[in-house]
Design a protein around this ligand. Structure first.
Ligand code: NAP
Length: 268
């Protein structure tokens, strides 16, 4: 029995979506059939995400909603306080997944996860997890709390073989962020060729490759209606083994999100 949540394989990323654009994109996405939305305290758009969810009229229990605690909100006191503020902005009583946005050197992991476990017990977080954790850090976290999910950068140019293997062994889940490599994946000739063979777009092939990994969900950000719709069209075709391998072979450790506070990615 896993403690990892059931996550809809395709979600809407909302980094950089602001104001009425954010409300509209969330509302449109839900109208089209999205049921998974990713936000964060740091995105400063939780209020708009909450409005989009409400305007869509989709029942709360049908949605999978993730938010993340920023680096300044990881102490025993700050975790419940910030989470309550997030819930208020999102206009909901709970999130489906509460993540530590980045590993922090300044607060012991045991302190943060202890406080998050209390939220799990109270039902304000239906599940808890981490983001930007290496395999080694995730293993440490798992000794402290049931962190069933790790949200990491994952696209054809940054494959996450080690993490995927670890997650599979332990029946955990990975959420792939920046899954389109911010548009670069759709320009890659090998992906363009596979897309042509399937009568699909390179973006659809990229997303399909991600969600065909067991236990992996992807959260592309899209504000344009046609992008939202295109990204949903990945559930009625399959990549064969050779095509999966061809995309995996494009990995060249290209990290597009690598701020100064990132962990040592090569540490085991
Ligand atoms: P991304 O999803 O790889 O790329 C987003 C870009 O791709 C946008 O410019 C979007 O354009 C475009 N796009 C979307 N669908 C498209 C399509 N079908 N055809 C062509 N272009 C398309 O990058 P991201 O926003 O960095 O990552 C996605 C989400 O991951 C974020 O929004 C956020 O929720 C999450 N994230 C998490 C972390 C973390 O530290 N945990 C870090 C980064 C991101 P339009 O907007 O114009 O439609």
């Amino acid at each position: 029995m896993t403690f990892a949540p059931i996550i809809p394989p395709l979600g809407l990323g909302t980094w950089d979506l602001r104001g009425t654009d954010c409300v509209r994109a969330v509302h449109e996405a839900l109208d089209m059939g999205y049921r998974h939305v990713d936000t964060a305290q740091m995105y400063e758009n939780e209020r708009e995400v909450g409005r989009g969810l409400k305007e869509s009229g989709v029942p709360r229990e049908d949605l999978f909603l993730t938010t993340k605690l920023w680096l300044d909100s990881l102490t025993r006191k700050a975790v419940p306080k910030t989470t309550n503020e997030c819930l208020k902005r999102l206009a909901t009583d709970y999130v489906d997944l509460l993540l530590i946005h980045w590993p922090a050197a300044s607060v012991p992991l045991s302190e943060t996860l202890g406080a998050m476990s209390v939220l799990l017990g109270s039902g304000k977080a239906r599940s808890i997890g981490v983001s930007n954790f290496t395999t080694g850090l995730w293993r440490q976290a798992l000794e402290l709390a049931p962190v069933g999910v790790n949200q990491v950068e994952f696209h054809p140019f940054l494959n996450q073989d080690d993490l995927v293997r670890f997650a599979r062994e332990k029946d955990l889940r990975i959420v792939a962020y920046t899954p389109l490599a911010k548009g670069r994946a759709s320009l890659e000739p090998a992906i363009v060729e596979i897309a042509r063979a399937h009568g699909r777009t390179p973006t659809q092939v990229t997303l399909r490759w991600l969600i065909q990994h067991p236990g992996v969900a992807a959260i592309p950000k899209a504000s344009r209606r046609e992008h939202l719709r295109e990204n949903l069209g990945i559930f009625d075709f399959e990549l064969d083994e050779a095509e999966m391998k061809a995309l995996s072979g494009l990995g060249r450790n290209l990290r597009l999100v690598d701020p100064g506070w990132a962990p040592d990615w090569n540490a085991r």
